[in-house]
Design a protein around this ligand. Structure first.
Ligand code: T5A
Length: 231
């Protein structure tokens, strides 16, 4: 279960081998992922698409407790502790929720996943990316999304949409940290262009929603009968 496949093609084959589909949303703070997923989920309900919206960290009961520890600004969390807590949350999330959903033919939409760890703990915090990949593969058994949508926004603009000064521990990091996160995402997207699609998240809410729906219809529309999403 814990072997890691380094070939993007083989990872894609593995990702598409389930009856369901695994799609992740990524981006800097305040990019609008949560808002867009709520809108999309309502529409998916209306057209009868079997789906779940979940998030990383905090997609399970145990994960919610880990999320509170991770995001509490009062907690002095060391970088390696931070990395391991995100991976602990993810191990539970994949085993308890994501894999069973994929096996039952569900469209799984996940707000953040392994690429957040690469961007935040890797590119921004400076932890070795090979180590992150090894730990991520231990936590997920190598489960890779078949599509990752980057909600791209200038870090200052994204943070500007949130509460001044930021709510949680990560949002309160210096702006340089957040610039590294965004640059990291761009590097990740460039490394695997077949997996990543970039949305300009600065656009108005309705336009971003249209972009999101169009991408889903293009990539998994046939499998999940999503054509009505853009009619
Ligand atoms: N993290 C996470 C790691 O460091 N490592 C990891 O491995 C993982 C998985 C998670 C934190 O943990 C870090 C990343 C994060 O710092 P979170 O609360 O889940 O914490 O963080 P976010 O996913 O960043 O949640 P945010 O709420 O900050 O961002 P969203 O969900 O992208 O943005 P959203 O939808 O809440 O929108 C923010 C505001 O913008 C408005 C919304 O109404 C809202 O007020 N908005 C728009 N305004 C104008 N135009 C648009 N197009 C808009 N879209 C939304």
């Amino acid at each position: 279960m814990y072997s890691f496949c380094s070939s993007p093609f083989l990872r894609y084959l593995m990702a598409t081998s389930y009856p369901g589909s695994f799609i992740t949303l990524e981006g800097p703070e305040g990019a609008g992922k949560t808002t867009q997923l709520k809108l999309l989920s309502r529409q998916l309900d209306q057209i009868g698409c079997k789906h779940i919206v979940t998030r990383d960290p905090g997609g399970t009961s145990l994960g919610k407790q880990i999320r509170r520890i991770l995001l509490n600004p009062e907690n002095p969390v060391m970088p390696m502790t931070e990395l391991l807590l995100y991976q602990a949350d993810r191990a539970q999330h994949v085993e308890e929720l994501i894999l069973p959903a994929l096996k039952s033919g569900t469209l799984v939409l996940c707000d953040r996943y392994v690429d957040s760890t690469r961007a935040y703990q890797g590119y921004a915090r400076g932890i070795d990316l090979d180590l992150i990949n090894t730990l991520s593969n231990m936590a997920t058994g190598g489960l890779t999304p078949e599509l990752t949508i980057l909600f791209d926004i200038d870090s200052a603009d994204g943070l500007g949409r949130l509460h001044p000064g930021g709510h949680d521990r990560l949002e309160r990091e210096a702006i340089e940290f957040h610039h590294k996160v965004r640059d990291g995402y761009h590097e990740l997207a460039a490394q695997e262009p077949e997996r990543w699609v970039i949305i300009d998240a600065k656009k108005p809410l309705t336009v971003v929603q249209e972009d999101l729906r169009r991408i889903l219809v293009e990539r998994v529309g046939e499998k999940h009968k999503l054509a009505a999403l853009i009619e």
